[in-house]
Design a protein around this ligand. Structure first.
Ligand code: SF4
Ligand code: MG
Length: 319
């Protein structure tokens, strides 16, 4: 497996008024391999969208490095870098309603990237390419001259996917791409993303707020809490042997299909709320809600350790 993206000690802070800093993401490190889907899971506000945006440099990291195909991003400065990133790294947004310009036709929306990266393409060639893309995402040529409001949520998300694919990127951040869709449509979009990945060798960061759907699309899953990554391993392993108390709690919240098992299972109810990222707890950030917290947890931030082969966790129980 070849690394496509290497994230090294990346932090992203936002200053919010007088001497206040929001620690959206703090010192995270991980690798995304070529052709894989890495799921990124955590409650809303934990920093997962910030991670996605920082990887594709919509946000400049406060510190740390993002390396794409061996090249450090943000290194070349200016336009060339922006164009390189836009060509190789694209985003699919959560809300297919607000992420498409309502005044543009589908043809215009999908053409935008082509105009930037293939300025010599004729109008005819562009149209042909857009029609191919529409077909690829399960729409057809009758959709090309319509406006976003004429479509259902699922269709709009297909347009968003076609737009992301127009420039033939290698990497796509899908930021909760199914969260705003009807349950009946969610599996269709997940399957579409999977098929496109196979066909085009795409690499995904798939962001989600719970663990129920990510299992089906992710090769590995990272669990995030309050700006830190708490656990990262292969999907099966995460579901079968969750190590971090936070992951264990998240998994216990997923309903089981078998009613008998569902009745027997123990729910781990977390006490309290997620603390404010302006003033995160000392030591382990999960300690204010952790059922297994010990004295050391408030004093020392747990190290990121490989507790088992390919199974990483940040928790004093495993040091
Ligand atoms: Fe809980 Fe301590 Fe582990 Fe944090 S380090 S998850 S508080 S046991
Ligand atoms: Mg988000």
């Amino acid at each position: 497996l070849k690394p496509l993206i290497e994230v090294e000690n990346v932090s992203k802070h936002f200053s919010i008024g007088k001497n206040k800093t929001l620690h959206a993401v703090d010192e995270i490190s991980f690798t995304i391999y070529k052709g894989e889907t890495l799921g990124l899971v955590g409650e809303s506000g934990c920093g997962k969208s910030t991670v996605g945006r920082t990887l594709i440099q919509l946000y400049t990291p406060t510190s740390g490095r993002v390396i794409f195909a061996g090249e450090e991003l943000g290194d070349r400065k200016g336009k060339a870098d922006k164009k390189f990133i836009h060509k190789n790294m694209q985003m699919i947004y959560q809300d297919p309603y607000s992420s498409l310009n309502p005044r543009m036709t589908v043809l215009e929306i999908i053409s935008e990237g082509l105009l930037i990266h293939h300025p010599n393409m004729s109008g005819m060639e562009r149209r042909t390419r857009v029609l191919e893309l529409l077909e690829l995402v399960g729409l057809n040529q009758n959709h090309a001259n319509r406006y976003p409001h004429e479509f259902s949520g699922g269709q709009r998300q297909r347009v968003g996917i076609a737009r992301a694919l127009a420039v033939d990127p290698q990497f796509i951040v899908a930021d909760e791409p199914i969260a705003a869709l009807d349950v009946s449509i969610q599996a269709q979009i997940v399957n579409l993303l999977k098929n496109l990945q196979e066909e085009k060798g795409l690499t995904y960061l798939f962001i989600a707020h719970d663990l129920s759907m990510v299992k089906h699309i992710s090769d590995r899953i990272a669990v995030m809490y309050l700006g830190h990554i708490m656990e990262l391993t292969e999907s099966e392993e995460l579901y079968d042997n969750p190590l971090h108390p936070y992951t264990q709690a998240l998994l216990s919240a997923i309903p089981l299909p078998d009613p008998k098992l569902e009745r027997q299972r123990e729910r781990i109810i977390l006490k309290g709320d997620v603390p404010n990222p302006v003033n995160p707890p000392s030591g382990c950030r999960f300690r204010t809600r952790c059922p297994k917290a010990m004295d050391i947890c408030s004093i020392k931030t747990p190290n990121w350790v490989e507790a088992k082969p390919n199974h990483f966790v940040a928790c004093h129980l495993y040091e």
